[in-house]
Ligand binder design. Structure first.
Ligand SMILES: O=C(O)c1ccccc1NCC(=O)[C@H](O)[C@H](O)COP(=O)(O)O
Length: 216
């Protein structure tokens, strides 16, 4: 089970969470977010993570391919997560901008079957999907669950992460019910936006037990 912990803003949180066994850490590059971190700060955190086998994912929304490429290179990211209204064609252009091997995750905010249907258009263009909750006026980190019943039989043909309102208390139920290839958590393991609660993160990994980690 791949485990991505998103919204890291402090060196010590990133290092502790990598040590606990996270597959990937997410850094929010959306300036309006309370979890925003600048490129210099991300670089510093990524440098401290070099001895851990952990991915470093920059989360972007509705910006150009060139600025994304610049942040990826400057910060030493292993992947990007597109959390806005990026089109399939945008994903193709971004692929051309990025070096080989940089993962592209497309996030979808799901409120209906139609939103799930739309994910098909991205299948051959990105590496991974992330399904998050829809909440008007907010892009992510909402702490809200999406309607898991919509995901019955969802099999996109690419690896996919379940996000939205996951926490140590509901994560096993979510995995058993929805069967994603991985999970993504942010506010469910926080004390306040951007400040991770390491006791909650530790409890999450206890819950997940000895499940092997996959692709960083
Ligand atoms: O977390 C944010 O502040 C954020 C802001 C703008 C775009 C995306 C953002 N977060 C993306 C994530 O990957 C979160 O982990 C995901 O939305 C789940 O959040 P939560 O429901 O709090 O676990």
């Amino acid at each position: 089970m791949r485990v991505k912990i998103c919204g890291i803003t402090r060196d010590e949180d990133g290092e502790a969470i990598a040590r606990m066994g996270a597959s990937a850490l997410g850094f929010i590059c959306v300036p309006s977010s309370p979890r925003y971190v600048g490129v210099g700060q991300i670089r510093q955190m990524v440098d401290r993570l070099h001895s851990w086998r952990v991915g470093a994912i920059g989360v972007f929304a509705n910006v150009g391919t060139e600025p994304i490429g610049n942040v990826v290179r400057e910060a030493g990211l292993t992947g990007v997560q597109l959390h806005g209204d990026e089109t399939p064609e945008f994903c193709d252009r971004l692929r051309a901008e990025l070096a080989d091997g940089i993962e592209i995750i497309k996030a979808f905010r799901i409120k209906s079957e139609a939103d799930l249907e739309r994910t098909r258009l991205y299948r051959d263009r990105v590496d991974t999907f992330l399904l998050d909750a829809y909440h008007p006026g907010q892009l992510g980190g909402t702490g809200r669950q999406l309607d898991w019943t919509l995901l019955d039989g969802f099999d996109p043909g690419v690896p996919w992460l379940l996000a939205g309102g996951l926490n140590p208390d509901n994560v096993l139920t979510a995995i058993a019910r929805v069967r994603p290839t991985g999970i993504d958590l942010s506010s469910g393991v926080e004390r306040s936006p951007g400040i991770k609660d390491l006791a909650k993160v530790a409890r999450l990994f206890e819950q997940l037990g000895a499940r092997g980690q996959q692709r960083p």
